[in-house]
Design a protein around this ligand. Structure first.
Ligand SMILES: Nc1ncnc2c1ncn2[C@@H]1O[C@H](COP(=O)(O)OP(=O)(O)OP(=O)(O)O)[C@@H](O)[C@H]1O
Length: 352
């Protein structure tokens, strides 16, 4: 398996990072700085480079440095098919990426942050997004299937809004795509849950907790007749109610939904990410780069150490943020790790 590596990044006019140009190496890198120094902004820039968008919502304001009109990020990678350069730029509300597609597969990134616990205790839509994102890396045909579903859905919805006259020609392709997506998700989840079980058993943290699929798999014929039944109501609302947003999964203990503390949910969220990574990278041969923001925010030093230990075992490139003088750095950093200090948006490699 090949671990994607970001060898160099140049970040310009992105949040408080005016002009950062640094070389990185594989393994662990610690980004250390006081509050508001720009640690998360650096992680965010790496995430943008891969995914094209930030992991922080709109309430965090513009990614472009205040007073400026454009931002740019360039990354030089060691990718599975050789060295590559990818870039992201934002100007006048437009985002451009080079290559236009494929950055996410050249440099897949995984994030552990203050919202990781929400993967366990948050809305179903978060878990669906997690499953679908991993599914698309696991099975390259999945992207095409989702596009086909969206195309057919918009055609069926347009037909509903136009009065649903004539033959219901979209019902069958809609049912076929919907059923294929549910099946593919369930198939992915089966392999994923197996990996999750193995990881939990090995670590002995939450040995008894199981990941269970709460999705609905309906056959095409059944879906076609349900679409016909629901057609008058669909016509009234102007869209098809039966969609791909019904699937979910839950963590169960002795058959009941597991409810834990915020810290336990965060650790389990990390284990879910690790299980997905093992499955996906085992299939496509590319290991992700990890961004770990503020790991110890809800975790005791022991639990932080265990998460860091699991990430080290993967051999991936990992960027951790840490406040100076906190236990996380003292207890988890090793002599081989690289350390950068961030101050007012400037990055400096620590010596020694
Ligand atoms: N568009 C922007 N232009 C300029 N500065 C910005 C912009 N957006 C955010 N900032 C500022 O960038 C600074 C760095 O924020 P960041 O979240 O990266 O800090 P941090 O080092 O992760 O801090 P903490 O340890 O408190 O989480 C903050 O002062 C923030 O107000």
């Amino acid at each position: 398996m090949f671990n994607a590596t970001l060898k160099r990044i140049r970040v310009q006019r992105f949040r408080n990072l005016r002009d950062v140009d640094v070389d990185f190496r594989s393994g662990a890198t610690w980004i250390v700085g006081a509050n508001a120094a720009g640690k998360t902004a650096l992680l965010e820039s790496i995430y943008c480079l891969s995914r094209g968008r930030s992991f922080r919502g709109r309430r965090f304001g513009s990614l472009i440095e205040r007073g400026e009109t454009s931002a740019r990020i360039e990354g030089w990678l060691e990718a599975s098919l050789g060295d590559a350069r990818i870039s992201w730029a934002s100007a006048r509300g437009e985002v451009t990426r080079d290559p236009a597609q494929g950055a996410e597969t050249k440099l897949p990134v995984r994030l552990i942050c203050e919202w990781t616990h929400a993967l366990v205790e948050g809305e179903p839509s978060l878990r669906r997004r997690f499953i679908d994102w991993n599914l698309m890396l696991w099975d390259r045909s999945a992207g095409g299937l989702f596009s086909r579903f969206r195309r057919v859905a918009s055609q069926r919805n347009a037909w509903l809004r136009a009065g649903a006259r004539g033959q219901a020609v979209w019902d069958e392709p809609y049912a076929v795509a919907l059923s294929e997506i549910s099946r593919l998700r369930a198939r992915f989840f089966e392999a994923f849950a197996e990996g999750f079980r193995a990881l939990n058993a090995e670590e002995d943290w939450f040995r008894e907790i199981e990941a269970c699929w709460d999705g609905v798999i309906a056959g095409q014929d059944e879906l076609v007749s349900r679409l016909a039944e629901m057609r008058p109501a669909d016509q009234e609302r102007g869209f098809t109610y039966l969609g791909i947003s019904r699937d979910d999964f839950s963590l169960r203990l002795d058959g009941n939904k597991w409810v834990g503390s915020r810290g336990q949910s965060k650790v389990l969220g990390c284990v879910l990410q690790l299980a997905a990574e093992q499955l996906v990278s085992g299939e496509n041969g590319v290991g992700a780069l990890w961004l770990v923001d503020d790991l110890d925010a809800e975790l005791s030093p022991e639990w932080s150490q265990r998460v860091v230990g699991l990430l080290r075992r993967n051999g991936s490139q990992v960027f951790y943020t840490a406040l100076p003088g906190k236990e996380l750095l003292a207890s988890c950093r090793t002599a081989d790790d690289a350390v950068f200090h961030v101050e007012h948006g400037d990055l400096l490699r620590a010596t020694g």
